[in-house]
Design a protein around this ligand. Structure first.
Ligand SMILES: *Cc1c(COP(=O)(O)O)cnc(C)c1O
Length: 414
């Protein structure tokens, strides 16, 4: 659609309306769909006619959400999953088999690191790149490499992947680039347009935005030329050529893993996503102001992308729509001070989530990384004294005041 973000969001997938002219997709809260004759249902199962049979395999409310996300990212197909983790699992398993290698970025989401550890038992090995830069990655690619996976903006270390450069390196080696764009959101970046092959979101975060439903999505750009000798996991689907990945997911792996999105969650996240652009605009403005205010405080070092000395500052204009996103971290000097600051905040809620329209705060080392080693943790940009803030849409004066008072009231001097 040839218009800007918010217009596209509101008038893209929904503009045609639904069966009874509803302006929102009705919640098809059912397990199964009934047919007039066995012949009709046979056609649906044989993919010879469009239709829904069973909600694990397809549901109109979920399909409406998939359509919206596909349009937002500019993909050829989208598959919604029960969670962001289910989406990452299905996407990686669709291109790997026992003996395959994944090249992953450092500083991944904790759950993803745990998943990659789980996959080792199934013979799928992950090699972590010190940085997902073309030179480092080129060194790591070998004949077993099947996919390069990273977070566009890593949470919470805030490193940014140079998608155009990295995808060039990946494609030269015949390997697809999968990007988890949860923290960037479609408002900041369009990974598929920048050259990535598959984009994944945990819709639980910014896309839902209100903290009301877990969900995930895999969106295929449909441009990657699969070499079916290399990607044997997709060989059975080679007649679909560039669509082999999404067809395998839809008709085989995703369906069999059973990680479908619940219709009510699709509805909640669909309506939540209506305001994605508005929320992100406000969230980014607040985060920028809060980061700059905190950077003035004694004994606090702030990590936020729009700060001039941030190592990835240049990507804000280049890749991120001029915005820094909703996550900032700061180091408080000690774990004790970090805890004291967190405990004395009035508005920021202590919660293990990001992307809510309420400001959330957490001490990652003692929660999200409690099962990680020190080296793993530090590679993720998490130290004993790190505080992570997921900035919300409150009035920025109140947020700044809240954090300022907490920081000033909690010195390390006694
Ligand atoms: C939360 C998150 C996930 C996992 O998503 P769930 O919906 O919680 O399963 C994956 N990647 C990133 C970057 C996340 O923030």
């Amino acid at each position: 659609m040839d218009c800007n973000f918010n217009t596209r969001l509101l008038h893209g997938a929904t503009s045609a309306g639904y069966g009874n002219r509803e302006i929102l997709p009705p919640v098809s809260q059912v397990t199964a769909f009934r047919y007039e004759s066995m012949e009709e249902l046979e056609k649906v199962f044989a993919h010879k006619s469009m239709g829904y049979a069973y909600t694990r395999i397809g549901n109109p409310t979920v399909a409406a959400f998939e359509q919206r996300l596909k349009e937002l990212e500019g993909g050829v197909g989208a598959v919604c999953c029960s969670s962001g983790m289910a989406a990452i699992t299905a996407a990686l398993l669709a291109v790997c088999e026992s003996g395959s290698e994944i090249i992953a970025g450092n500083g991944l989401y904790g759950g993803t690191i745990d998943l990659l550890k789980d996959l080792e038992r199934f013979g799928i090995h992950t090699v972590y790149a010190k940085a997902l830069s073309p030179d480092v990655v080129s060194e790591l690619i070998n004949e077993r490499t099947r996919v390069i996976f990273g977070e566009l903006i890593s949470n919470p270390s805030l490193s940014v992947i140079d998608v155009p450069e990295l995808s060039k390196t990946a494609h030269e080696a015949g390997i697809p680039l999968f990007v988890d764009s949860t923290t960037a959101t479609p408002y900041l970046a369009s990974p598929l347009k920048l050259g990535a092959d598959v984009v994944i979101h945990s819709t639980s975060k910014y896309i839902n935005g209100g903290g009301s439903a877990i969900g995930g999505v895999i969106i295929d750009g449909g441009k990657f030329s699969w070499d079916f000798e290399k990607h044997k996991a997709l060989e059975e689907f080679k007649n679909y050529k560039k669509m082999a990945f999404i067809v395998r997911l839809r008709t085989d792996l995703w369906e069999n893993l059973g990680g479908c999105m619940a219709p009510m969650n699709a509805f909640l996240s669909f309506t939540g996503a209506d305001t994605l652009g508005l929320r992100m605009e406000r969230i980014c403005e607040n985060a920028d102001a809060l980061a700059k205010a905190l950077a003035e405080e004694e004994g606090i070092s702030v990590n936020y992308l729009t700060l001039p000395d941030h190592p990835f500052h240049g990507y804000v204009e280049k890749e991120l729509n001029g915005k820094g996103g909703g996550i900032l971290t700061f180091r408080a000097g000690s774990k004790e001070r970090a805890f004291k600051i967190i405990n004395s905040l009035k508005y920021a809620m202590i919660a293990s989530n990001i992307g809510d329209l309420r400001t959330l705060v957490i001490h990652p080392a003692s929660t999200l990384y409690i099962r990680s080693g020190k080296a793993e943790m530090e590679a993720a940009g998490v130290y004993e004294d790190t505080v992570r803030v997921s900035v919300g849409i409150e009035d920025k004066e109140d947020l700044i005041d809240d954090f300022r008072k907490a920081v000033r009231g909690c010195s390390d001097q006694h």
